[in-house]
Design a protein. Structure first.
Length: 232
């Protein structure tokens, strides 16, 4: 089997296809995604469906990224393989949180939802590559560029529901999960490309509060959430 590159954005088809398929898409932030000095600048995504013979997938931003912004990578995989995440600039990308399960409705029975992040030290075109080594199972990736935040205040691994997490005003709330179909109240919904069973939700807050990162259909096999803030 080979991995076919399809230039398409946010097309929903079953994630466990009979052949390998990589679907890429990118989009700039639309109006209403800026609050205070916090902004979703742009996002991109790529999915390598089962059988993912290349063992990796890459997502390229449609516009140049900016030094000083935060790079966030959300990943949902049908395997428990240790992932390797890198970008064009060699950004120091670290794992914020990982949620794993051995009772997933996948062809392996396992799955994971992860959130990675790093601060961009260069400006220009950027591509993020996520590798799952020798695994060939479905690998879904979304990449996000945020301005106005530079730290992870807290992160939660949800099995299956998230505990309540507090946040300050003008922070970014982001969660990703498998077997979710829509965002919770106040969140925006972003399904993974070529996947009807996984997605992310995000929100920029204007006031302090707390959240349990509620997807609209909380039947998650795995879910991870994080609070992104500006640290002085």
């Amino acid at each position: 089997m080979i991995c076919l590159l399809v230039a398409s954005a946010l097309t929903l088809v079953p994630s466990q296809a009979a052949h390998a398929q990589t679907t890429n898409g990118s989009q700039a932030a639309s109006s209403g995604l800026t609050l205070g000095k916090v902004k979703l600048v742009q996002k991109s995504e790529s999915t390598c469906s089962y059988v993912c013979s290349s063992g990796q997938t890459a997502a390229s931003f449609s516009h140049s990224v900016r030094r000083g912004d935060m790079l966030v990578v959300t990943v949902v995989s049908d395997d428990l393989t240790t992932l390797v995440v890198s970008d064009s600039f060699g950004t120091a990308i670290r794992l914020a949180v990982s949620s794993t399960s051995t009772s997933c409705a996948t062809n392996t029975g396992t799955c994971q939802a992860d959130i990675y992040w790093g601060m961009l030290t260069s400006s220009g075109p950027d591509t993020v590559t996520v590798s799952e080594g020798t695994s060939d199972h479905a690998l879904r990736v979304q990449t996000w560029e945020f301005s106005g935040v530079n730290a992870v205040k807290s992160a939660v691994s949800c099995a299956p529901a998230c505990t309540s997490t507090s946040y300050p005003s003008f922070s970014v709330l982001i969660a990703t999960g498998l077997y979710v179909s829509g965002a919770g109240p106040g969140f925006s919904w972003y399904p993974y490309a070529a996947s009807g069973v996984a997605g992310s939700e995000f929100r920029i807050t204007t006031r302090p509060g707390s959240t349990s990162f509620p997807f609209s259909a909380p039947v998650n096999d795995a879910e991870a959430g994080a609070v992104l803030v500006r640290s002085s």
